[in-house]
Design a protein around this ligand. Structure first.
Ligand SMILES: [Zn+2]
Length: 339
């Protein structure tokens, strides 16, 4: 799979949205001068450290796809921003209102689960999963998708302030990894909050994020999502389920395997993972050059327990991605083995 599958966001027609009914008043400032919305972070995590942007809005009207920098972090027709947490094991991450407004629609009760396991038909009509729509002043709207079942904390008609808890990140609807999909609309049209009123081309347009977030939300072409050690076989599912926390390793563990999962790697990138013992000697390594862009990729390097067991001490894994002889991503992580 060269890309993660599409995560569409149905806003109507599903029939199970609970909407404001007649008589409710929207708490928006009628008559206020038209202005751009200012958005706060819609997730209670630190982007670039405890959560990551997997996909941006597709800025390319053609059947190809490009994010607002003309980069690869999107797919055809994607209409929002995906804030991804590193694994399913990381639960209870709150979804927050990005700006003050009135809750106009909610849906809850959709099961959590990777749609590849449940089947695409199971999420037909409920692609957004458990979701919330907030109407803001001046015909701005934000929509939040894929929340955890039973986590929605608000109801239609509620007034919210920026930062108020709406629910929790989940895995409901058309999704295969836990994340929040946020769609921003103005006058009913999708807007990229990283490139409002962008001209054609790359890198133009205004940020709708509050200025305090600009460095945290700086564009990252590539990122390490998970890194760790285990004695078990490494699969994407293993990493996804618990972040790869393979349990307590000791000098008697049957194998020692370093693993990594990264997002945003490009065709032509060479990734290299090397595992060194406490004498800086490489005891396992793995090197792969990518033939295609990859939304996510994993790599591991390890070996079986030597006769007599592992030496005590520290083992270090180094992950380096190179492109045109330049290092474009690098991380190191260490394990200390004892009895
Ligand atoms: Zn999305």
């Amino acid at each position: 799979m060269s890309k993660l599958g599409p995560i569409a966001a149905a806003i109507s027609g599903a029939g199970r949205w609970i909407a404001i009914t007649g008589g409710a008043t929207l708490g928006v400032a009628a008559g206020a001068t038209a202005s751009t919305i200012e958005l706060q972070l819609p997730v209670a995590c630190e982007v670039g450290r405890t959560c990551f942007i997997q996909n941006y809005v597709d800025a390319d009207p053609s059947p190809a796809a490009k994010d607002y920098t003309c980069g690869t972090l999107t797919y055809e027709g994607h209409d929002g921003t995906d804030f991804r947490i590193p694994s399913r094991g990381q639960s209870n991450v709150k979804v927050l209102a990005a700006a003050p407004g009135t809750i106009t629609r909610i849906r809850d009760g959709v099961s959590d689960g990777n749609f590849h396991e449940s089947g695409r038909n199971a999420v037909q009509g409920v692609e957004c999963g458990n979701g919330i729509i907030i109407t803001h002043a001046d015909q701005w709207e934000t929509q939040y998708c894929h929340l955890a079942k039973g986590s929605v904390q608000v109801k239609p008609g509620d007034q919210v302030q920026a930062g108020d808890e709406l629910g929790q990140i989940g895995l409901s609807g058309l999704t295969e990894f836990p994340h929040l999909h946020l769609t921003v609309r103005h006058h009913g049209k999708v807007v990229d909050p990283f490139a409002y009123e962008a001209a054609s081309g790359c890198g133009s347009g205004k940020q709708l994020w509050t200025s305090a977030l600009h460095s945290q939300l700086a564009y990252r072409e590539r990122a390490v999502l998970n890194a760790g050690f285990t004695s078990r076989p490494v699969t994407m599912d293993f990493i996804e389920r618990d972040g790869g926390d393979g349990g307590q390793l000791t000098v008697n563990s049957l194998a020692l395997v370093a693993f990594i999962r990264a997002i945003g790697l490009k065709a032509g990138d060479t990734q290299w993972l090397a595992l060194r013992d406490s004498n800086e000697r490489i005891i396992a390594e793995n090197r792969v050059t990518l033939e295609r862009d990859k939304a996510q990729t994993m790599l591991f390097a390890g070996r079986k327990k030597p006769k007599g067991g592992w030496d005590k001490g520290s083992y270090t894994a180094t992950f380096i991605v190179e492109r045109d002889a330049h290092v474009v991503l690098k991380t190191r992580f260490t394990l200390v083995l004892s009895d």
